[in-house]
Design a protein around this ligand. Structure first.
Ligand SMILES: Cc1ncc(COP(=O)(O)O)c(C=O)c1O
Length: 350
């Protein structure tokens, strides 16, 4: 029987991890004294400057409390209600946001495309980007949304993003990136944040942070600053303009200080790589797809799934075909947590 603590056995998502101590300390510091509300405080302005440095150009930033809000508000700013959002069929916006993109866009249609590893197939995009464009009987292709890293843990290469970005631009479509795991993708690719976004054609980025160390703060990073005024109204109207924005800002300030965001992401990726290496050595386990960041899919015999569950391990196993399992690591996962899980898998595999 595993001696792992209950918390160490949770591999269902990276949002089960707590918060980096540096971020808690920053929030505590922000709690004393007064500050102007609704983002008019100095620390919110400082976060904009910091992210402008990170992305090597002047960006605007809207701090929000969830990744779904960042996605839905971004898409609403990029498409008219009669437009369509071209996305992967396995994308979070298509499957896991309760229709928020459709709701916030006032009815734009999500058009789901295929492709391996939850990456949009470039040929499918080429066709969809021009499908019935200009025909009033159909929705107008308006925006492409890609997820980096993808929902299955793969990472688009720079060339893949540039290709999709070029297709979008040629057809007059905008490009949105759901970066719930942006730091993980960056750590995996080793490129610059600018290369991964606006230099490849990205107009708006949902810059995730809650899965990688912050408590309650994600961001919309605006590269096309002509969208900022509209986004500001939309953010308030959606109830996402926090009166005490200074606490979101304090979290982001600490997140970006001394590369905490990149260190956390590199660690989460390393833990997934360790898990992948260990699983490779267990013949009963079949690895599925690319695990470039911190999400790993594999096929496990039923007795292993049941044995792990009986030991208190938590992971998704009932969302796909029987036997298909998802493990997610985070900045808080330790090498010991991974080794305990590997030992348990090996034991139940017999
Ligand atoms: C790819 C992706 N995008 C966006 C989100 C947004 O998450 P939330 O609204 O729960 O913060 C998630 C969370 O699981 C995600 O995995």
């Amino acid at each position: 029987m595993s001696t792992a603590s209950p918390a160490a056995r949770i591999f269902s998502s990276d949002n089960t991890a707590g918060t980096s101590p540096e971020i808690i300390e920053a929030v505590t510091r922000a709690a004393s004294g007064q500050a102007l509300p609704y983002g008019a405080d100095d620390s919110t302005a400082a976060v904009r400057r910091r992210l402008s440095d990170v992305f090597e150009r002047d960006v605007d930033v809207l701090l929000v409390s969830t990744g779904s809000a960042a996605n839905a508000l971004s898409l609403a700013a990029l498409t008219p209600p009669w437009g369509s959002v071209l996305c992967h069929r396995d994308s979070h916006i298509n499957n896991d946001e309760c229709g928020a993109p459709e709701f916030y866009t006032a009815g734009a249609k999500l058009v789901a495309l295929g492709g391996d590893d939850a990456k949009i197939d470039p040929e499918e995009l080429r066709t969809a980007a021009r499908h019935k464009a200009g025909d009033v009987h159909s929705v107008e292709p308006s925006v492409v949304s890609i997820t980096q890293a993808t929902e299955t843990g793969a990472v688009y290469t720079l060339d893949e993003i540039r290709t999709l970005g070029a297709t979008a631009a040629e057809a007059g479509l905008r490009l949105h990136m759901d970066g719930a795991r942006f730091a993980g993708a960056l750590a995996s690719l080793g490129c610059t944040p600018a290369e991964l976004t606006w230099r490849a054609g990205v107009d708006l980025l949902s810059f995730g942070a809650t899965k990688n160390g912050t408590m309650t703060a994600d961001a919309i990073v605006v590269f096309d600053r002509s969208l900022t005024a509209e986004l500001a109204f939309r953010t308030k109207r959606a109830g996402q303009l926090a009166a005490k924005m200074r606490f979101h800002a304090a979290q982001f300030d600490a997140y970006l200080t001394d590369d905490l965001w990149l260190r956390n992401a590199a660690h989460a990726n390393a833990m997934a790589a360790r898990l992948q290496e260990g699983l490779k050595a267990i013949p009963e386990v079949g690895l599925l797809g690319a695990a470039d960041a911190n999400i790993l899919f594999c096929r496990l015999p039923q007795q292993v799934i049941e044995g792990l569950l009986a030991e208190g391990y938590a992971f998704y196993h009932d969302r796909w075909e029987p036997g298909v399992v998802r493990f997610v690591t985070s900045f808080a996962t330790t090498p010991q947590d991974v080794d305990d899980l590997l030992q348990a898998v090996g034991r139940h595999a017999g």
